[in-house]
Design a protein. Structure first.
Length: 699
């Protein structure tokens, strides 16, 4: 191993290498044998700058990593990677480096990345126990993958287990927390720094922001350089936002398969037929096979997948797709799961929906929406809380209020999980009569309808206690909304009375903090199918602001997922009714769908951009470092990149088939699927089926 030493030292003493916390990051430090400590000067985010003598006031020493060459002092990342290697990171030799150990090898040789002074850690990987220059290549690992698999994990102290961290560690003092990329540090136990963007579920993160905050390569200045790197052909529509972690991309297809592919080459890692894997039979309403239509959720070594029908959640190994557990959340034959769940600590949170809304009037409905918390380890149901009162499984009561869009948002400090709910399918006869007496009038969208009783949380934003599942608060918004498919027939006497405005929350709220009246305020924000955007206080559910962003319709308004970068809220306005509306704040109008940006502090509309393909705008939006991405369901399947500040279209790419899903981003790439010929596509004969997932990358 190379000897890269501070001044006056005979050479780097491997047994005396100490990570340095503070002053811009984690750096290698050594002792010189004379009682002095030296740390490496941080320069331009490269860990190869000159040595300076360490001082306590600039940072904090975190103990000695002795016996660094021994495998037990590596930090194990989740599972293994392609080619049969486990992931580790080495401390020392100029900084932190990605490292691997071949699974099952007799000599258990570890490999680390040779530091390249010109390019901050982009050198070849070398055998850890052999001199610099005696390099070995990893079988099956591409150059791009070697370059990018630099997820940084540093173990500080030899007493820590390779794959776990104790909870009794002392946090780093506040004055020493100047750590880049939000590193969480604990003395003598472990330190984690996820240096590349990961997209862990539909919303991308715990706050459901659909924002790739760590992706810094893509920007308004570079986005025009995106080009096709690879295309993976699955054979049928792909409408879920892909999940991304550790160099892998995970996604389902409407052909009934679940896939894991190499993020850099598009090579297939594994695939699983969901019908064969689970032994389940699909509902037969939308497709005749068992499918998932939502983003898989990454939970450590597991991939947790929602089944579209029956209402089942499964967990598979991220590394080979083998089934770990299967849990059914609702026994009704038409119950489904359309949400992508959210994993936090030991729990997995997911909403339940239903296709009972498609039944004839005489058969509809008994379903009740619910939010469930499952054990990530076993799949056991920890709690399940319903959105409306019990109807005893009999028709004629309240039914509906499904949780069907996006992924739950979690506030770790408040210990709350937030979701949005949909419309009612049916109501008790007394409620219907009350609505008729009102001459089918509705209240203001900010006030609950007076005919509805307590605890009926349809078209609502809800906050649940993480530990107990108790409803902390619920805010019903949008007025009276009772609907099932019989209402699609004009003047159908079976349709429930009332205005029945379509005000579903087809997405979970996002968590962000805003400046309100000179003080910071934590809010949840979401956009309804009615076109209204709402910001509520995170503690109480009180309305902070609301704004009509565009017209509502059967397919939205806002649907499937807004995005935020903390300054602005970005949403689609589907406008499937083709209503002419004004693209505020301009005076231009359109009958197409559009994308709208609102000021997160006030709700004021900052810009509106009509879909250039003159189609509706039905898919979720994503924001990446000043660029908003959105797809169009037009037959040629364009993807658009808009400047986040102005809405100006900077770049586009035609996938060749309708784009109904959303974009995820990492490694200087955006990933998306194409094709949509199921479900609401029946109302759009020009929409086209597709087959593929695309990686559009810089350089």
């Amino acid at each position: 191993m190379a000897t890269d030493s501070p001044p006056g030292t005979p050479g780097t003493d491997i047994s005396d290498i100490i990570p340095w916390i503070g002053g811009g990051g984690v750096r290698r430090s050594v002792g010189d044998g004379g009682g002095r400590r030296w740390r490496r000067q941080q320069q331009n985010q490269c860990r190869t700058a000159s040595w300076v003598q360490g001082k306590q006031k600039q940072g904090r020493w975190l103990g000695t990593v002795s016996g660094l060459r021994r495998q037990r002092n590596f930090a194990r990342l989740v599972g293994m990677v392609q080619g049969g290697f486990e992931e580790y990171v080495v401390v020392g030799g100029g900084g932190r480096r990605a490292a691997r150990r071949r699974i099952g090898a007799e000599n258990r040789t570890g490999y680390h990345r040779g530091q390249n002074r010109a390019d901050c850690g982009s050198g070849l990987f070398q055998p850890f126990r052999r001199p610099r220059g005696d390099c070995k290549r990893w079988n099956g690992i591409t150059e791009d993958q070697r370059r990018w698999l630099e997820v940084e994990v540093v173990v500080v102290g030899v007493s820590a287990a390779r794959s776990s961290c104790t909870t009794s560690a002392t946090p780093i003092p506040a004055e020493n927390r100047r750590i880049t990329h939000g590193i969480l540090a604990v003395v003598s136990i472990c330190l984690l720094n996820i240096a590349v963007a990961e997209w862990l579920n539909h919303g991308g993160d715990l706050s459901n922001t659909r924002s790739a905050r760590e992706e810094m390569l893509i920007s308004p200045l570079t986005v025009r350089g995106l080009q096709l790197r690879w295309k993976f052909i699955a054979g049928k529509d792909i409408s879920a936002t892909p999940a991304i972690a550790n160099g892998f991309v995970y996604f389902p297809s409407w052909n009934g398969y679940l896939y894991a592919v190499n993020a850099f080459s598009g090579d297939l890692i594994w695939q699983q037929n969901l019908s064969e894997l689970t032994g389940l039979r699909g509902t037969g309403v939308t497709v005749n096979v068992t499918v998932s239509r939502s983003t898989p959720t990454i939970a450590g070594p597991l991939l947790i997948v929602s089944i579209y029908g029956p209402a089942v959640v499964i967990a598979v190994s991220r590394f080979d797709g083998r089934l770990t557990w299967l849990t059914r959340l609702d026994p009704r034959p038409l119950a489904v799961i359309t949400t992508s769940g959210t994993a936090y600590m030991r729990g997995f949170y997911v909403g339940v929906s239903s296709l009972e809304v498609t039944l004839p009037a005489e058969q509809c409905c008994t379903f009740r929406g619910s939010l469930a918390k499952l054990s990530i380890r076993s799949g056991a149901i920890i709690w399940q809380t319903y959105t409306i009162p019990d109807n005893g499984g009999k028709r004629g009561g309240y039914s509906g209020a499904a949780i069907w869009g996006s992924s739950p948002a979690i506030d770790p400090r408040r210990r709350l999980v937030y979701v949005g709910t949909g419309n009612l399918y049916t109501v008790p006869q007394a409620v219907a009569q009350c609505q008729e007496k009102q001459n089918n009038q509705t209240t203001k969208p900010s006030q609950p309808d007076q005919c509805i009783g307590p605890g009926v949380n349809f078209d609502s934003i809800m906050a649940f206690d993480i530990e107990s599942g108790r409803i902390r608060w619920a805010r019903q918004l949008g007025g009276y909304d009772v609907f099932y498919f019989a209402c699609l027939v004009p003047n159908n006497p079976d349709c429930p009375p009332g205005p029945n405005l379509d005000a579903d929350f087809g997405e979970a709220p996002m968590l962000l903090s805003i400046s309100a009246n000179g003080t910071w305020r934590d809010i949840v924000a979401a956009v309804q199918k009615s076109g209204f955007a709402w910001a509520l206080d995170r503690d109480t559910g009180d309305i902070v602001w609301f704004k009509l962003a565009g017209p509502g319709s059967l397919e939205g308004g806002g649907i499937w997922g807004a995005a935020t970068d903390g300054q602005r809220i970005y949403t689609n306005i589907a406008n499937s009714n083709r209503v002419r509306f004004t693209l505020a704040p301009s005076t231009q109008t359109t009958t197409a769908g559009a994308w709208v940006a609102l000021d997160a502090n006030t709700g004021n509309i900052l810009w509106s951009t009509a879909n250039p393909s003159n189609e509706i705008a039905s898919g979720p939006v994503s924001v990446v470092n000043g660029v908003v991405f959105a797809g169009s369901p037009a037959p040629n399947g364009p993807l658009y990149a808009m400047e986040a500040m102005t809405g100006k279209i900077l770049w586009s790419y035609n996938t060749g088939a309708t784009v109904y899903g959303g974009v995820s981003a990492s490694y200087g790439c955006v990933y998306l699927g194409s094709g949509y010929s199921v479900s609401t596509a029946a109302f759009h004969p020009t929409w086209t089926p597709g087959t593929s997932l695309y990686a559009l990358c810089l350089g």
